[in-house]
Design a protein around this ligand. Sequence first.
Ligand code: AGP
Length: 595
Amino acid sequence: MNGLKRLEYRGYDSSGIATILSNKNSISIRKSPGKIRVLEGLLGKRPLSGTIGIAHSRWATHGAPNQANAHPHLDCKGEIAIVHNGIIENFARLKDELQKDGHKFTSQTDTEVIAHLIEKFYKNSSLEEAVRKALARLEGSFALGVISIREPDKLIGARLGSPLVIGRGKDENLLASDVPAVLDLTKEVIFLNENEMAVLTKDNCRIQDLNGRVVFRNTTRINWNVSQAEKQGYRHFMLKEINEQPAIVENLLKMRIEKDSDRIIFGGECLSEARLSKIKNIAIVACGTAYHAGLAGRYALESVCNIPVSVDVSSEFRYRNLLIDKDTLVIAISQSGETADTLAGVKEAKAHGASVLAICNVLGSTLTRESDNVIYTHAGPEIGVASTKAYIVQLLTLYLFALYLAQLKGTLPQKAIKKHLDELKGIPRKQREILKRQEKIAKLARRHSHFGSFLYLGRGVNFPSALEGALKLKEISYIPAEGYAAGEMKHGPIALIDEYRAVVCIACESRVYEKMISNIQEIRARRGKIIAIASSGDDKIGKEIKEVVYIPRCGELFSPLLAALPLQLIAYHIAVKRGCDVDQPRNLAKSVTVE
Ligand code: AGP
């Protein structure tokens, strides 16, 4: 239970524990929706005994966060218990096959399929052999813990795409998704690699690859304290989440684009094709960073779907005289799914007969239950109050949805769609290239941390990037920062420019690049201090200014997916330099559940 509590920061909506009762040679389970302390209460009333067990706190991806869907999950006979992190993409097909074999399921989760697959293969073979055969049938990602009453001294772990660590304790061995869970008991750990399995007993730890070949692995001594370990060594959750972005984008692209056909798939969560093809206009409603994602998404939707799109902040949308009806698709974007204004906007939309599609990161949140359909962003729990990875997956989901709609409505030839998809598949590599240079960006940020106010300028698809960059800076460093359409400079903001004002100009390659250069010259003429975000290979901007962050070239439409990273890092490093509480900035909450 202590180990479970150490992982609570990773998000939970339900939790559970199973042990093998040494005397009764059976598996006993306690599980419940809600916080881990609810499970603790359960155990207080009905304690468990036993010297071997598995426990899990769930961040729901398939199946609402309730008692039935909480882990651990059992096979039909209750002889095998498993816990799982990750997403099994082919679980529906496997579940169907197993049910035809007579297996009885008790949950809607993808995880439960694994318990029944192990049961299916566990005839006349060892537990590890049965697990290996089961894993060979899975597509997707997993970090697994498995126990069985038939071999009650064994704990099996296996991983593909989700982390798993072994704790080598004194007269005990442990398995966990992350180091904090074992640090109270041992600092000696082994990080399992992809496609590896561990067979643990009290005294022994055997590691093999998924073909059964034994692998020798050294232990690592952890010198972090628990709090550092929760951030995997990063100083703040925000910095960890910034650095998680390429992997999360990669994972989402794999989930959303069918490997061979390049077909975009949203699964059952999305509106029916019949319904979508009737849509005549789209209204996007969101707050804060989610609103900025909506603004950037509008460019994609309008350019590939030829459909009119409006974007409103929820607090305005909900009070306006809305001209929407059954031909309108309202897209509500929210990381938390609990933002009061966005929920109220959805209610208004439905009262006007519009269909509502939620783009959300928290399964089972209020927004997902009040919308007609949901597309989950699968960014994992975002702990830092300043949204980073959630923003990127909101953008990516909007781009993919725009291409999906274009495919459906035939507004873009498949060849053009494929070109866009290939462009998106290159994003994670390009994001990694930017993150490789984050120390350089940090130094540039620190050189500008003394400025008392900032202006962020962008045009076209990167006008929303300017708004988002300004929001990141103001909310964690408390420095006044304004995002503006660069073309608006002459209509007022240019009066602000002097040597005390820092101006961040997003000047990636685009149809309006020359216009951005003119803005930069106007600012230089008034001694404004400029930081530019520009495309690699741009040999012109360096002649204008020296503080430039170059990002890899990419199609204009998707450039916000790259421009966001330096903007996030600039805000982060300025806030750190100013000694601000980056993960929990003053006056802010992660989810604004009140008006
Ligand atoms: C973004 O960094 C802020 N934390 C805030 O603007 C946030 O985006 C906004 O409150 C919306 O939250 P939601 O996505 O959970 O609805």
